[in-house]
Ligand binder design. Sequence first.
Ligand code: UDP
Ligand code: MN
Length: 474
Amino acid sequence: MKGNYTNLNMYSGINTSGNGTGKMSLGKSIKMYLTIFILTTCIYMALYQYHISREPFAAGEVVKHQEKSSSYIASYLWSPISLLMANSSSNTINQSLTTSTTTTAPPQTTTTTASTGTVGQKLGGASSASIRMVSLAATIPTFMSSASQLRSGSVGGHRKTAGIKTSSTTTTTTTTTVATASGVAATTTTTAKTSAKTSAAATPTASHTENAHKTRPTFVAASVPPPLYIITPTYRRPEQLAELTRLGYTLKHVVNLLWLVIEDANKTNPLVGHVLDRIGVPYEYMVAPMPEKYKQTKRAKPRGVSNRNRGLEYLRQHATEGVLYFADDDNTYDISIFEQMRYISKVAMWPVGLVTKTGVSSPIIKDGKLVGFYDGWIGGRKYPVDMAGFAVSVKFLKERPNAQMPFKPGYEEDGFLRSLAPLDSTEIEFLADECRDILTWHTQTKKNAPAQALNRTHYKSTNLEHIDKLLVRP
Ligand code: UDP
Ligand code: MN
């Protein structure tokens, strides 16, 4: 013990004149440190009590944040600043949730063209200010009756509602929604009202894939920035949900966008609907099967053509402005290309990586002018470009009522672009830094064998019974 004291004395360096005085000073120091420690702890505790008394999150809404807060709490003990910051940020979240709940109309919602316009302006104004504000508006959930009802009741897939609306709790099942481009209010109003009525009575269904749809974003096309319509063909296969998930979260970074997911099938798949709901990008899920004669052929098939033509048909009916883009579910997109394509007036093109032996497919630009196309396979095409390498304005499309994609393998892009005639090459805009950059890639996913059947007896009452239902088997 004595040795220890002596050591401490030496370390403290307080006194060299005598042991007695040295011990006094040590005692004082310890007392002082203890007092400071107790006081600091008390202050932390008080601040923490104050913090939890604020109950920043609406019950259930932000469960994940609350889970995360166990580590927050640990950090509060050491950092009052982080405590204050966490408190203020959680209040911000709370405020925005509250705002969305209280300012949105009661479920009768929507929808005259005029009100759609108003919302559109709000969206537009917000979007120029910040992505955050728009995505808030765009992700206000709409609660409706059970997924299965809506899906089975709709022709060609999921139905939509119009306008910005409802929200509130997260307890119901739900689903549906999506959007409407300005001018489609009439057809969608009924749906909105009906579903709003049923929403009160909605009860969770047994199926977990169905009641997992907690939110369903609403899309209302805004004029500014111009809306984007992303047409994505998809088809049933083991990779399908993974592809859609990856693409969906890319699209989630883009404002004022409606994702038209069109499956080469006779009916929609609830698993796909579930994934789309979970991603939270405004979408329309439809089906458009490949005609039988092409399915049977042993030669190359026109993949995704009926799907894309269905998307074009949708735009002719519902869209008035903005830009369309064909985004295959397996490709890779830098989001800056979406911001560039919004503002085109007719047709735009840009390079696509990972195409043929050239490694890239691109318009060739010299002195700001199109002088040809670089692609490993020209095949007599006027426009030897990849599906991921061009976008078209909706107005321009609508001025060409016969424009569509041919069921001609290898010539889908060329055929569609030719069908947009008259189109002068000087009217084509070249994006991605005048085709000096690569922002899209024709990636391909390795094909996986179908999952083997689950031994239901062996794995009875385990989680495997649940996840087995989530596998897409061809
Ligand atoms: N696709 C489809 N039906 C099919 C095959 C493909 O709808 O039978 C879709 C697919 O999901 C993709 C697009 O069409 O979005 C192009 O297909 P794929 O990626 O297989 O063609 P590749 O990129 O190899 O030319
Ligand atoms: Mn592909």
